[in-house]
Ligand binder design. Structure first.
Ligand SMILES: Nc1ncnc2c1ncn2[C@@H]1O[C@H](COP(=O)(O)OP(=O)(O)OP(=O)(O)O)[C@@H](O)[C@H]1O
Length: 291
């Protein structure tokens, strides 16, 4: 069952800015990664889902409700982390969290404290003295403490250090196991790779690819660096793989798919050393942009 539906949505700001004829769906319990460079339309799409904007054309629905008309209902079932959060700077982190909990009618804050401990957040300081990372943690605590069935997260790890990014991945895996439906935008490819079931890649407001993460991983190129035992062996190899690059008895080449056939073939040559590296998602991403 589709929980989130974006169907032929256009929001034209003029000068080729905005989102254009965008369509994708997110199923119950699915985690979708939303990838695109700065200004490609991620936040615009997310703001439509939260009912902050009305599309020029097309349908934006969550649970069959129109995101703009039924924004109040939508916002109750969605945990939303904006790209840039607004705070009351004079408050301490803990006071701010408690205030939001009160506004949301939450009685029990035990999960919020658990999250603060897990994210190693000391929220006693005034927000105006907090780093970007600490503020981001407050945002995450506020979104997650409400335990909503749907999470929409705009660049959730921005400002977090690598250790915290790993902790974030751990949290997201727990939420996945709980069956939450998740949309997250990110620039960190390993994160998308580790968490998401599918990925939507956008550029200049248009979708350039919607890929199953497993398929994407399977289809990625592998980069081989081979050191042959002699120039003669390397030359022999080059006859069979003319697209490879040769530097004396060092050869490098990129191949897609299973490595099994290639390794079997390579066993016919005298090889001194072999390095294999998978194409990173970042490289795959650049491939889609033709850069
Ligand atoms: N209210 C607006 N009025 C006019 N143009 C806008 C408005 N909001 C966004 N834009 C433009 O629309 C394009 C998409 O912006 P958007 O913020 O959705 O991109 P993004 O992918 O979220 O970028 P980032 O990663 O930098 O947050 C950009 O060119 C931006 O300048």
């Amino acid at each position: 069952m589709n929980i989130i539906t974006i169907d032929h949505v256009t929001k034209d700001y003029g000068c080729q800015r905005g989102i254009f004829n965008m369509s994708f769906q997110i199923k119950q319990g699915e985690t979708l990664g939303f990838l695109g460079p700065n200004g490609s339309g991620k936040t615009t799409t997310i703001r439509h889902l939260m009912g902050f904007m009305k599309p020029d054309s097309g349908i934006v629905q969550i649970h069959g409700l129109d995101c703009f008309q039924d924004a109040a209902q939508i916002q109750k079932m969605v945990g939303y982390l904006p790209g840039e959060m607004s705070f009351i700077d004079d408050m301490t982190g803990i006071d701010f969290i408690q205030l939001i909990a009160k506004l949301k009618g939450m009685q029990d804050l035990s999960y919020a404290y658990e999250l603060m401990q897990f994210l190693e957040l000391d929220a006693k300081a005034p927000i105006k003295r907090m780093s970007k990372g600490m503020k981001q943690k407050i945002g995450l605590v506020i979104v997650f403490m409400q335990n909503p069935p749907i999470l929409i997260l705009d660049e959730p790890t921005s400002g977090l250090d690598p250790l915290m990014q790993l902790k974030f991945v751990e949290l997201m895996k727990q939420f996945k196991q709980q069956g939450k439906t998740i949309l997250m935008s990110s620039h960190i490819f390993e994160e998308i790779e580790n968490i998401c079931d599918r990925v939507v890649i956008i550029k200049a407001g248009q979708i350039v690819a919607i890929e199953d993460m497993e398929k994407l991983k399977h289809n990625r190129y592998k980069h081989y660096e081979i050191q042959f035992s002699s120039l003669q062996e390397a030359n022999l190899f080059m006859k069979k793989y003319p697209d490879a690059r040769q530097n004396e008895y060092y050869v490098s080449l990129m191949l897609q798919g299973h490595i099994d056939d290639f390794i079997k073939d390579l066993s016919h040559y005298k090889v001194n050393d072999l390095n294999i590296r998978s194409q990173s998602l970042e490289e795959i991403f650049l491939q889609y942009y033709g850069e």
